[in-house]
Design a protein. Structure first.
Length: 348
């Protein structure tokens, strides 16, 4: 009885969450209600979010070239080879691959993901990196793809594949991050081979076609009982479904270092499989805002006293949730190390 009462108390909060980026069908019984979604609840949220993203991008389009905007609108990503001048990239590479910094790691299947935050603690040691992340050219691309003037979370990220005998990394399954546009970016610090865990993206899959909208609706009806990641709002998709949706085959980004990729992760994407132990290192940026805001600016995370403290605050919150035994933090402290060092967190 007490649990039932608690549930009813939460109904207003679950309902208010409809106007935010909340995406978990299993954590929010309103979002996950099959009758509501059969009636079009999820479909409506997806459609409205896409309409608002298109309007915001129309306002931001004047800040980048017509060619970049057209390429993104068609494909869902922007690719820039030789993004930095050679001498600047060489200095950045030396700085980020040679400096020991505080890191965390998470283990998924046979793969370790390491993240070194670019924040108020690390950036004073990284002048070339600070110059990169304050570049208007980079920020403009992040803003347009993300459909907002965003304050991204920035890391040096290392993907260490096949570190142990285990199931494949779940990130190798094609998926959309959530039901609306958001942005991720990769400036690769190492060459990436096609068979060593490249970024994979399905071109034009960011577009909300009638077929995609219907697919979203059908998936939402049973989402609360689907696989773990889909139930949490990150729908998985098969290559057979891509064909049914009229989409092309996934593109693997086998690229040289100093290549920048900025992508809308409403589009289907994945981490490519690696046939051997390998390490991929990149400057990685991520930003996601409430999809139902009509304006492009006013991101509270961009406030001067906050913007370089976002990641420490985020990790503190995850640690606190674990300390209170509410939720385990998958990101484990591994001390100070270099981006390319061997993994330390290889056993849960």
């Amino acid at each position: 009885m007490f649990q039932q009462q608690q549930g009813w108390i939460k109904v207003p909060l679950w309902t208010l969450a409809l106007a935010t980026g909340a995406k978990s069908f299993v954590d929010n019984p309103v979002l996950g209600n099959s009758a509501f979604n059969e009636a079009g609840l999820h479909e409506l949220r997806v459609k409205l979010a896409a309409q608002l993203a298109a309007r915001r991008r129309a306002k931001l389009a004047r800040y980048l070239t017509v060619e970049d905007a057209q390429f993104f609108n068609q494909n869902g990503f922007i690719l820039k080879e030789n993004f930095l001048p050679n001498d600047e990239f060489a200095q950045l590479e030396q700085e980020l691959l040679g400096t020991e910094l505080s890191a965390r790691e998470t283990l998924q299947g046979n793969t370790v993901t390491r993240r070194i935050p670019l924040d108020y603690q690390s950036l004073p040691q990284l002048p070339q990196t600070r110059q990169l992340i304050t570049q208007p050219a980079l920020q403009t691309l992040l803003n347009y793809v993300g459909s907002y003037q965003v304050q991204p979370m920035l890391y040096v990220q290392s993907i260490l594949s096949q570190v142990r005998e285990a199931n494949p990394d779940p990130q190798t399954n094609l998926h959309a991050d959530t039901f609306h546009s958001s942005v991720k970016a990769w400036l690769f610090l190492t060459d990436v081979a096609e068979d060593e865990g490249p970024f994979v993206y399905v071109p034009s899959s960011h577009q909300l076609t009638p077929a995609r909208l219907n697919w979203e609706k059908q998936r939402s009806i049973g989402a609360a009982k689907a696989d773990r990641m889909s139930a949490r709002g990150s729908f998985r998709v098969t290559e057979a479904e891509l064909e049914q949706l009229g989409l092309p085959k996934p593109k693997a980004f086998a690229v040289r270092k100093n290549t920048l990729v900025v992508a809308d992760t409403f589009g289907f994407h994945a981490r490519g499989k690696s046939v051997r132990p390998s390490t991929r290192i990149e400057v990685w940026a991520y930003a996601r805002r409430n999809p139902f805001l009509p304006w492009t600016g006013f991101d509270p995370l961009a406030l001067p006293f906050l913007k370089d403290k976002i990641i420490p605050l985020y990790w503190w919150a995850l640690d606190e949730l674990e300390r209170r035994q509410w939720r385990k933090n998958p990101w484990r402290r591994v001390g100070r190390l270099r981006a390319g060092d061997p993994p330390r967190f290889i056993k849960k």
